[in-house]
Ligand binder design. Sequence first.
Ligand code: KG4
Ligand code: ZN
Length: 341
Amino acid sequence: MVVLAFETSCDETSVAVVRDGIVLSNVVSSQIKLHSEYGGVVPELAAREHLKNLLPVAKEALDRAQVSPMDVDLVACTQGPGLPTALIVGWRAAQAVAYVLSKPFLGINHHEAHLYSPWIEGTPPKARFDQFQPNVSLVVSGGHTMLVLVKAPLDHVRLGGTLDDAAGECFDKTGKMLGLPYPAGPWIDKLAKRGNPEAFRFPRPKLNDPDYDFSFSGLKTAVRYFLRDHPELAQDDAQLPDLCASVQAAIVDVLVTKTICAALSHRVQYVTASGGVTCNSALREQLQAACSRHGLRLKIAKPEFCTDNAGMIGILAEFKYLHGTLPTPLDAEVQPSMELA
Ligand code: KG4
Ligand code: ZN
C-alpha cells in the first residue's frame, strides 16, 4: 500500500511517501529562519509559507520515492493539534488530492504519530511494529510536553502533560532572556557544554509531585527574576555557559525524573522519546543513564523522525487503515485542539 502523507501543523512543511511500512521519502521544509526574526512562530506567516512550499515539497517527495500520484492508495494528513491556519493548508491540499484520486483519506493526530516515531528504524527507514514493546513515551517539543503509556500499537493512555509552557518553549523563552537567537534550545545546549550545571540553582517545578504533569512557566519566571536581580550576569559572556547549563539542568532533571517514575510505576521495560527537545544532548545522556540505572531500554526517534515530519504521519496512517480505522469524511475539518484519543 502506498500512502501520501502531509504535515503542516506548525512551522515545518512536510510530505512523505510510505509504502508497506517503509518511508520511501520524507521531505521537510523548515521555516525556522523566517520565524527567527520574530523570536517565535508567527501563525499567519507559517500558513503563507506552507501555501508557497507545499506543492514543491509534495513533488519532491513523490520524485524521491519514484512514485506517481496514480500509485497512491491512501492520503493522510495531520488533523491536529496545531496552528489552525497552518493545519488548514495541508488539510485542504490532502483532501483535494484524495478527492481527485478517489482514494481514502485519513486524518491523523500529530501527538499519536510522535508516539510511534521511535519505532521507525533502519535504512531504508521501516516501522518496526513487529518489535513493539509496551513503553512510556515522552513527547517533548516546542509545542508539547507529555508522557503517555503506550500499551500496544494504537492502545495508549495519556499520563500527564504540561499545564502551561512546553519544555521547548521554556528553552526558547529563557534563551531569549539570555539574549540568544530563536530557537534558543540548540544554543543553550551548545553553550551548556562549557558551563557548570550547579553554578545557579533554578526551581524544578512539580519534580516531587505524584502526578505526571509538568509546569515550566515558574522556571521561566524564576530566570526572569534572577536576571532582574543580577543584571550584571546577563551581560557577562563568561557567565553565559553557567547560566545555560543551570537552566538546562532544571528542565532536564524534571523531564528525566518524571519519565523514569512513570515507567517504573507502570512496570514497562521500555522508554521512548521524540520531539525536537530530544535533540538536547544533556537530556539524551541523562535519560540514557537513568534508564540504564533502572534496567529500562531507551529508544529515541532518529533525528529525521524526531522533529515534525510527514513520515511519522504516513506510517501511523497506514497502520491504522490496515487495522480497521475508517477513512475520515472529506468534509471533516481540522481540529487545532485535538486531544490524544
Ligand atoms: O519538534 P520541533 O522541531 O517542533 C515543534 O515544536 O513541534 O521542536 C522544536 C523545539 C524548539 O523549542 C527548540 O528550541 C527545541 O525543540 N530544541 C532543542 C534542541 N533542539 C531543538 N531544545 C534543547 N536542546 C536542543 N538541542
Ligand atoms: Zn510535533
